[in-house]
Design a protein around this ligand. Structure first.
Ligand code: OOG
Ligand code: MG
Length: 255
């Protein structure tokens, strides 16, 4: 099993590095969720060996919209690195991705180490700042199709992210309208409460995951709460913009 896990981690990291789709794991080899998180960790170690630095975590399938779009109904978590960050207003290189999609999210900057479950009432003690965000996901699997174990092993499709301006830790993020535009056309609309009824709940879920998997979100790290709407494919030449009621706007272009 050990060897197999190493090989799958390499297969997925190579697919990401070369921007070339690979076949699903679960179709040919039985892995459980613990194996999938082990694969995720090993594949990220390969990125760290290439010089990438961890910047935080992302939560996935925290909204019904996303669960239904992808057919996976469990909350998942993945890892972010500095190489994935695209400055607001900058450019994403289409050639570095397989079949990228974009989705609107909310980001937390962490104020205090999270390594065990935090109570909802204490959540603000752990937040230094809040920002509107866009996540670019790019499944390494052919046709963007996967099982729960597949997507976790593939670092939950993490590929890139864009952050808007940071706002005060206590900025209201509940019940805010969100609109995503591509080339001035509205492609998705949603509400921040689509994320677990309140995006702050996503940080509580993240804390439970940290306790369960013995991981640590350090001070200064970023946590993405999960998308509020289904994701949309992006293409060369696209201008992507997201408008968050009360939080501001952000965007990027695809070249
Ligand atoms: C998996 C990642 C899910 C989210 O925000 O729900 C995710 C995928 O949809 O490919 O990032
Ligand atoms: Mg996401």
């Amino acid at each position: 099993m050990g060897n197999k896990i190493q090989n799958i981690a390499q297969q997925l990291d190579d697919a990401a590095f070369r921007a070339k789709a690979t076949h699903q794991i679960a179709a040919t080899f039985q892995i459980n969720l613990d194996d999938a998180y082990a694969i995720q960790k090993i594949s990220l170690n390969r990125r760290y060996e290439r010089g990438e630095v961890s910047t935080g975590y992302k939560m996935g399938f925290t909204s019904r919209a996303k669960m239904e779009q992808m057919g996976v109904h469990n909350i998942i978590w993945g890892r972010l690195t500095n190489k994935m960050e695209i400055a607001n207003g900058n450019t994403l290189q289409r050639a570095d991705f397989i079949h990228p999609r974009v989705e609107p999210e909310i980001a937390f900057k962490i104020k205090k180490t999270i390594d065990k479950t935090i109570a909802f009432d204490a959540v603000h003690d752990y937040i230094a700042a809040i920002a509107p965000a866009l996540e670019i996901i790019d499944s390494r699997y052919e046709n963007f199709k996967f099982s729960l174990e597949d997507v976790v092993a593939d670092n939950c499709s993490s590929a890139a992210y864009v952050l808007g301006d940071w706002l005060a830790f206590d900025t209201n993020i509940q019940n805010l309208n969100i609109e995503m535009r591509i080339n001035e056309n509205t492609v998705q609309t949603g509400n921040s409460n689509a994320i677990l009824g309140n995006p702050l709940e996503s940080l509580v879920e993240a804390s439970k995951m940290m306790e369960k998997y013995q991981e640590v979100i350090p001070e200064g790290a970023i946590v993405l709460a999960g998308a509020a709407t289904p994701a949309v494919y992006i293409n060369e030449g696209d201008q992507i913009k997201a408008i968050f009621e009360g939080l501001g706007e952000l965007g990027f272009e695809v070249m």
